[in-house]
Every structure is written in C-alpha cells, then in structure tokens.
Design a protein around this ligand. Structure first.
Ligand SMILES: [Zn+2]
Length: 104
C-alpha cells in the first residue's frame, strides 16, 4: 500500500516514509519519483495537536494527583510516549500528503 505524491500523482510514498514526512512545520521528505517534498496534511496536524495536548493535560493532572516521583514520572512520561507513537501511526496509515510549504 502506497500513498499518492501531491506533485507527480504517482503512488510513491510508503507508510513509513509518509510518517517521516512530518507536518506543516517540517520540510518534509522528497518523493522517490519526482523529488518534490511532501508533508502530512491538516487532518494529521489536528490529530497530532490533540494527542500532544492530551499528553500535556495528563502530565499536569499526574503532577497534582500523585505524590511519589515514580508515579509522576510514570503517568507523566507514558502519555508523552503514547502521544508520539499514536501520532506516528496515524501519520503512517491515515490522512493525505500535501506539498511542503517550508523550504529547507
Ligand atoms: Zn512525486
């Protein structure tokens, strides 16, 4: 399964390459066929923002809810890791690629 390049219209992006493209703030990855740079679109931007925001809220909540350093670290770090992993997986399998705006 491959994703369509917004530059040449060919299905050239593998799920892993798509995930590595990043979002609008990144310079993206070049298409193996035409060399045009692509990033993940708005849907991925929204999902990743929500995931990171949720992780931040979890860190705050765990900071006030738990007393021991171990618990705070566990419940504070876990959401961050989860947000990163889920965001990466979402980029791999969902959303569309779009042309990179930012130049290198
Ligand atoms: Zn292309």
């Amino acid at each position: 399964m491959k994703y369509t390049c917004p530059h040449c219209g060919e299905k050239t992006y593998s799920p892993l390459l798509k995930a590595l493209c990043g979002g609008f703030s990144s310079s993206g990855k070049p298409c193996p066929n035409c060399g045009g740079r692509s990033v993940n679109g708005y849907l991925n931007l929204i999902v990743n923002s929500v995931l990171r925001l949720t992780a931040l809220v979890m860190i705050f909540v765990s900071y006030f809810k738990f007393n021991t350093m171990k618990e705070v670290l566990l419940w504070g770090a876990l959401p961050l890791v989860l947000a990163f992993v889920l965001g990466f997986l979402f980029d791999m399998f969902f959303g569309k690629l779009t042309e990179a705006i930012k130049k290198e």
